[in-house]
Structure formats: structure tokens, C-alpha cells
Design a protein around this ligand. Structure first.
Ligand code: SF4
Length: 263
């Protein structure tokens, strides 16, 4: 070993963050949405701390708060109780549910729990979107894109291109870059649904605390995404997965404008 070690600190995979963290950010870019983790409280606390540090403003991430007991007997009752609590406290329009390492490892059937829950609470709950995000499966980027795909799969209606409108899936960009995209779209005179849209829900801290910040991609626009004339998806490594849900997809193999990376 050298007597004079180099004067730096080595960091391995600094940007490889947890997968549901990315999903929570994607959900945060939707109108009236609350991100909800089906897992233990520590995961939600870690993600809140990291996102607050990055964006310099508060973010609420709900949790089903599972304990050791739930790891053995299942997390269904906690998931349902948490959804009721979040609905009462936030009155959200959408709850975006992402799983954690623990719930994926024990094999919680979130789809079945939600199916049961929707039957038990007909008409009284907000829209719910679920995405499977085991963190050992990838990074925060993978979770982000999986959540965007889940939102489109579960909420967009129709397949025929009948609208003079396009979809833009900009990928993981900063709020400032999304504002720039909006300017470009306006310059071209286009009408576009940009999913997600963090330009008002994050990156604009004000002195007033809102439980749910105004802004985000409108749910009504997401519902019509299946009928857009074209879908443009940005990202080198995505293979146009979400855009290919539509026959009208245009897959753009270009990175979005560079933005401050999260790490
Ligand atoms: S346990 Fe998994 S889901 Fe929870 S914070 Fe760690 S990496 Fe993320």
C-alpha cells in the first residue's frame, strides 16, 4: 500500500439510488397525486430525505408502514388502512403506489389487494396506480420509467389517433428543463401532454406549505393519451417502451438536455 494515498474519497455507484424513489418522483409530476410506498417507514424516510436534499423543498411520501409481523403475515391490511388515511388527510386525486424491496421479496400480491379494496370501497377512493419497483432490479431511473409506463397503461384510454395532440415523455429531467420543453412546444404551436410534469410540483418552493402542490400533468390529459397523433419518448436506453404502447409512437434516440444528475 502506498505511503501517500491519493487525496480523494472514492464513491461507488453514487447515482444508483433506490428504484421506488424514482417512481415516487414520477407520481409527484401528476396533478393531485400522492406517492405511496407499500413497505416500511424507513424506506419512505430515506426517499424523502434524499429528494428534499436534492430539490431543497419538502415532499410527502406516504407509507403502509410495515413491520416484522407484516413481513410474515402479509401487508394487505396495512396497505388498505394506509390508503384510507392518505385519502382522508390529503384528499388526493390519485395515489401512486410503489412497492419496496421487502414487499417484493415476500411476494405481496398488490394487484389482488387493490382489487379487493376497490370492491370494498366502491366510488369513495381516488384513482390508484400501482407499479412493482424492487430496488435490486435497477436504479431510481428504472423506477421512474416503470411508473410512467404504469400510469399510461392503467389510465390512458383509446388507441385510435383522433386528436390533434401529441404526447411527450421527456424522461427524468429537471423542472427547469420541462419548462424549456413547454416553450419549444409552444413555439411549434403544438398541443402536447407532457408526462410527468414536475415544473410546478417540485423546484418552486414557496413560503406556503401545500399538502399537494398545484401543477402536474392533468389527469384528463393522461386519459386522452391513447388517442394522440404521436408519442415522442426521450431516452437512449428505453427502446421506446412506453411510446410503443401506441401504434403512433415516435421513438427519439436522443438524450434530453443535460440536467443536474441526482446523486
Ligand atoms: S430497502 Fe429497498 S426500497 Fe427501501 S430504501 Fe432501501 S433500496 Fe429503497
Amino acid at each position: 500500500m502506498s505511503k501517500n494515498p491519493p487525496n480523494y474519497i472514492s464513491t461507488t455507484n453514487a447515482c444508483k439510488l433506490c428504484t421506488p424513489l424514482g417512481a415516487c418522483l414520477a407520481f409527484k409530476g401528476i396533478e393531485g397525486a400522492v406517492p405511496y410506498l407499500h413497505g416500511s417507514q424507513g424506506c419512505a424516510t430515506y426517499m424523502r430525505r434524499y429528494i428534499i436534499g436534492h430539490y431543497n423543498e419538502p415532499i410527502d411520501i406516504a407509507s403502509s408502514s410495515l413491520s416484522e409481523k407484516n413481513a410474515i403475515y402479509g401487508g394487505g391490511p396495512n396497505l388498505k388502512m394506509g390508503l384510507v388515511n392518505v385519502t382522508q388527510k390529503y384528499q388526493p386525486k390519485l395515489i401512486g403506489i410503489a412497492t419496496t424491496c421487502m414487499t417484493e421479496t415476500i411476494g405481496n400480491d398488490v394487484g389482488r389487494y387493490l382489487h379487493e379494496f376497490q370492491r370494498e370501497t366502491v366510488g369513495t377512493m381516488p384513482i390508484m396506480v400501482r407499479v412493482a419497483t424492487p430496488s435490486y432490479n435497477g436504479t431510481h431511473m428504472k423506477g421512474f420509467h416503470a411508473a410512467v409506463t404504469a400510469v399510461v397503461e392503467q389510465l390512458a384510454k383509446g388507441r385510435e389517433a383522433v386528436q390533434e395532440k401529441i404526447n411527450l415523455l421527456p424522461g427524468f429531467i429537471s423542472p427547469a428543463d420541462k419548462r424549456y420543453f413547454s416553450e419549444v412546444i409552444d413555439d411549434f404551436g403544438l398541443d402536447a401532454t407532457i408526462l410527468p410534469d414536475l415544473s410546478d410540483t417540485m423546484g418552486r418552493a414557496t413560503s406556503k406549505y401545500d399538502k399537494i402542490q398545484p401543477g402536474g400533468t392533468p389527469l384528463a390529459s393522461i386519459a386522452t393519451m391513447g388517442r394522440a397523433s404521436a408519442t415522442i419518448e426521450f431516452g437512449r436506453t428505453l427502446n421506446g417502451k412506453t411510446a410503443r404502447l401506441y401504434w403512433s409512437a415516435i421513438w427519439v434516440r436522443l438524450p434530453a438536455r443535460s440536467c443536474k444528475s441526482m446523486g
